[in-house]
Every structure is written in C-alpha cells, then in structure tokens.
Design a protein around this ligand. Structure first.
Ligand code: ATP
Length: 324
C-alpha cells in the first residue's frame, strides 16, 4: 500500500459552521450559528466502501460537499488522496465521481450519448478508455435502449443509472454517492448495487455513500458510520450496529381469520394486530425459519413476509440503548 492508501480520505476534527439570519420579532434579525459538522475525524483506506448514514439534517451532505471541494471547512483538516479539496478542486475532480440522487449532473436537453461525449471532453478521457468504460456501463446498467433519449424524458431510475455511468467514465479513484437508490424500483436497485460492487472489486474504487436503505448498506458496505448533529456516533460493521441497537426484524403474517395475538412463539413477540394480519418482532441476527415454523404449526396461515429493520429504527434503538 502506498503511503496515503491507508488514509485515502482523511478528516481530522473537521467543522462546518453556517451563519443564518433568523427573524426575531417584526424588524430584527438575529445571527445564528448552525454547526452542520461539529468536529468529525475519520480515515478511509483506498478501496473501502463506507455507508455514511444518519437522520435528516445530521451533516452527511455537508461532509460530502466538503470532500468534493464545493464547501470549505470552517475548521480542521481534510484531505482526499493527499489533496485539499477546496484548494485544488480541479485537480481532485479528475479523480472523483459524484452522484446526488436528487439532482442530475447530466444535460437535461441532451440525449445520454451526447452528455457522455461532453463528459469525455471535459475530462479528456482517452478514446480507448472512453469506449471501454461506456460499453461496460451500457451493458451492466442496461443503458443500450436509452442512449438516444433526452435526459428529461428518462424515468428517475433510468436517469440515476445514466448519472452513475457519467460519474464513472473517467475512472475516478473515489466515488461519492448521495442516496443512489432513492426512488428506484427493485430491479434498478439490484442493478445499481451489482454495478457498484463490480466497480469497487475491479478497480478498487473507494466509495462513500449516504442512504436510507439498509439493503444498500448490507450489500455494499464493509463499514458504516452513523452521523448525528454533525458528529460520528458509530463507526464499525453493520453487524456491530445491529448489536448496539439490538435491532429487530418483523415477521408479517396473514392468518385465515382474525384471531387474538399470536402467543407461544419462542424468540418472537407479537407487536401489532390489524384484522387477520399480525406483526411479530424478533432479533435481526436470528433466523426467521424456526419462527415461521412455530407460527405455521399452530396457526392457519395464508401468507407471510419478513421485513428488515430500517435505518431509522436501528439508529433510534442505538440511542435508546445508550441513554437507557
Ligand atoms: N447552506 C446552508 N446554510 C445554512 N444551513 C445549512 C446549509 N446547508 C446545510 N445546513 C444545515 O446544516 C445541517 C446539516 O445539513 P445536511 O444537509 O448536511 O444534512 P444531511 O445529513 O445531509 O440531511 P438529509 O438526510 O436531510 O439530506 C442542517 O441543520 C441544515 O439545515
């Protein structure tokens, strides 16, 4: 590993304070400070895929904006590949790809193919690299039918796949993804995740992603960081986060008819009943099989499904655990 590969992304006590003016009475406005990022330190080695999660307003996007050089930190030290992003934004741009789920970086009126040609010129991507990368993106992200379609006519899922391809055409060393699967259908989500996994494995691309979808984290991230109020609340594996938060999965069962709450299932408890549908919670780390078997043996089942905990649940439990 080269010297800065172990700390490819490096934050040391990084802060970002916004000054906002708030109304205080009829005429007066008071200056007020928002500490969006309040002393964050971490290092990400090259090639790692990190989930950067937390509630709304936690400071995730602000961190990503500082990493890309859009925002200048108010304090602390920040480096990506040894570069200070706000000082050498153009140099760093060649090495990074950015995808903001809610916003496109593509040209609204142009077909995807023309947008990509512009990206190629902007980054001066050599012919053979460009052709190879475009072919690969088209194949893995299923873009063949979409290349001639103006971006404005694409669905959200199609546009997102188009955006991800645009961010990767110049072989970036690091990729920032802000909610890359938000609003996508199941098939698009699967495609996007498979593609990102492949890019990471083949090219050792470092990835930092924010998401509200736990499956993104489960399937992509070796490491999770939970951010709240501009601080790091947790930094470790997803399994560790589940353990801290004692998170639970839910078995949703549809019975043949309305019945009293299901009882006597070892390791599970009924948390909700609505007509013939009942919800049983059990530890996320446990297997659903014995619970399903116990319910099926004693109750007239029509249908069932297992729901994964969502990130908000896991984080809420983590807090409850810590303050309890
Ligand atoms: N340009 C700005 N001016 C003033 N306050 C800001 C600005 N940008 C962000 N903030 C504030 O900083 C805090 C962190 O915002 P940020 O967008 O980083 O959160 P987030 O974790 O990305 O949230 P979300 O999940 O909702 O996207 C919030 O309180 C937000 O209102």
């Amino acid at each position: 590993m080269a010297a800065n590969d172990a700390a490819f992304i490096e934050l040391d006590a990084v802060e970002k304070v916004f000054t906002v003016r708030r109304r205080a009475g009829w005429m007066r406005r008071e200056r007020h400070e928002v500490r969006a990022v309040d002393g964050i330190s971490f290092q990400v080695p090259r090639g790692e895929v990190v989930g950067y999660i937390g509630p709304n307003g936690a400071g995730k996007s602000t961190t990503i904006k500082m990493l890309t050089g859009i925002l200048v930190p108010s304090g602390g030290r920040l480096r990506v590949a040894g570069i200070d992003p706000s000082k050498e934004r153009t140099r760093l741009a060649r090495r990074m790809g950015v995808v903001f789920g809610q916003r496109t970086t593509l040209w609204w009126d142009l077909p995807l193919r023309d947008s990509y040609a512009l990206v190629r010129r902007m980054y001066r991507i050599p012919d053979d690299r460009y052709r190879h990368n475009l072919e690969r993106c088209v194949e893995l992200l299923d873009l063949a039918e979409l290349l001639e379609v103006p971006v404005r006519q694409l669905s959200l899922g199609q546009r997102m796949r188009g955006d991800i391809a645009a961010a990767l055409l110049h072989d970036p060393d690091v990729l920032y993804l802000d909610e890359p699967t938000i609003g996508l259908d199941v098939i698009s989500k699967v495609k996007v995740r498979e593609f990102l996994r492949e890019v990471n494995t083949e090219q050792n691309t470092t990835v930092l992603l924010t998401t509200h979808d736990l499956t993104d984290i489960e399937q992509l991230c070796q490491r999770v960081m939970v951010i709240d109020h501009g601080r790091v609340m947790y930094d470790g594996s997803l399994a560790g986060l589940h353990a801290v938060g004692e998170s639970e999965r839910t078995l949703v069962v549809d019975l043949e008819r309305e019945l009293p709450p299901i009882e006597g299932v070892p390791g599970a408890r009924t948390v909700r009943v609505d007509g013939a549908r009942q919800w049983l919670a059990f530890p996320a780390a446990a297997s659903a099989a014995p619970i399903v078997a116990a319910v099926a043996a004693a109750y007239p089942l029509v249908d069932l499904s297992v729901r994964e905990p969502d990130i908000e649940d896991v984080i809420a439990k983590m807090y409850a655990e810590r303050s309890g």
